[in-house]
Design a protein. Structure first.
Ligand SMILES: Nc1ncnc2c1ncn2[C@@H]1O[C@H](COP(=O)(O)OS(=O)(=O)O)[C@@H](OP(=O)(O)O)[C@H]1O
Length: 286
């Protein structure tokens, strides 16, 4: 039977997804995703997508599509969006991840207009860790381009006060963003994944994700191994192919002054409580 690669990656962090899905030509077609990982940025969205893609009934878009959060893509229409998806067999679930959707003002309504019963994943992580991870990525990009950069402490403090308008603080206000999604989707349609658990012990989170998608449990402990050098779990796919996420995932974070971390923890404690009551679940955050 002729075979075709499920998708071709042009995105550095997405290289593995393209290499392990070989589908019979006659059954393929590109479909709108039935599941979307909407965020949060730096929450572990790539790890979740790649791990879900270990399931034989899941196919995943390799790159972030940015359809619902970027007008220039949205204006290209649904046929364009579908063309960004990998081919799939009937019965397979197509998944994409674009962490920018979660904090986008327009995305909830647009996603709802595409498919009001789509399955949504939200992977969250300690908001302070997420903020530092977010800063680390921006820092890394600026250092690579020889651009000037500021210490996190200097960005965070304005006249001795916490600069709550800093984007990385705003993105960690999960309750604010979730409230917008809950205007369009019931909570039962948004599966919250604990990003800290996904790092420490991925399998139980994947089990819950399979159940949420109505899929039989096919991802097993054999799909994961801990890589001491990387310091994270890596993936074992079809034919024993082993792969860790790329070096942009799991970067060391710069040391941040303890007093600043304490102030951030205090600042986030109320919004975290709001988030816990919205999702009916607590997290062991700072
Ligand atoms: N298995 C495994 N391997 C490597 N990294 C892992 C893994 N599981 C979760 N993570 C965490 O994923 C964090 C990056 O999150 P995202 O993929 O959502 O980032 S992004 O928003 O797409 O840039 C990344 O954040 P940093 O550690 O700050 O780099 C990781 O902590």
């Amino acid at each position: 039977m002729p075979l075709i690669r499920a998708a071709v990656s042009h995105h550095s962090e997405a290289s593995w997804l393209s290499s392990h899905s070989m589908l019979p030509v006659k059954a393929i077609g590109c479909r709108n995703p039935q599941a979307i990982i909407i965020g949060v940025r730096k929450g572990g969205t790539r790890a979740l997508l790649e791990m879900l893609n270990l399931h034989p009934d899941v196919v995943a878009a390799t790159s972030e599509v940015h359809f619902f959060d970027q007008d220039e893509n949205y204006d290209k229409g649904l046929a364009w969006y579908r063309s960004q998806m990998p081919p799939s067999l009937p019965g397979q679930v197509t998944v994409e991840k674009t962490p920018g959707y979660f904090s986008s003002l327009k995305a909830p309504e647009r996603v709802h207009a595409m498919n009001s019963s789509v399955h949504l994943f939200l992977i969250v992580r300690d908001p302070v860790e997420r903020l530092v991870s977010d800063y680390t990525q921006v820092l890394h990009n600026r250092q690579e381009r020889d651009k000037p950069y500021q210490r996190l402490e200097n960005i965070l403090l304005r006249g001795g006060q916490l600069n709550t308008q800093y984007k990385a603080i705003q993105r960690s206000l999960y309750a604010v963003h979730l409230a917008r999604w809950l205007r369009f989707f019931p909570l039962g349609q948004i599966h919250v994944v604990d990003g800290g658990n996904l790092i420490r012990d991925p399998l139980p989170e994947l089990r819950r994700a399979e159940r949420f998608l109505g899929l039989p449990p096919r991802i097993t402990s054999a799909n994961f191994y801990f890589n001491q050098t990387k310091g994270f779990y890596c993936l074992r796919g079809e034919g024993g192919l082993q792969k860790c996420l790329d070096e942009s995932k799991g970067r060391p974070h710069p040391a941040v002054e303890g007093t600043i971390l304490e102030r951030l923890c205090t600042f986030f404690s109320r919004p975290n409580e709001d988030f816990f009551s919205m999702v009916g679940k607590t997290f062991n955050w700072c």
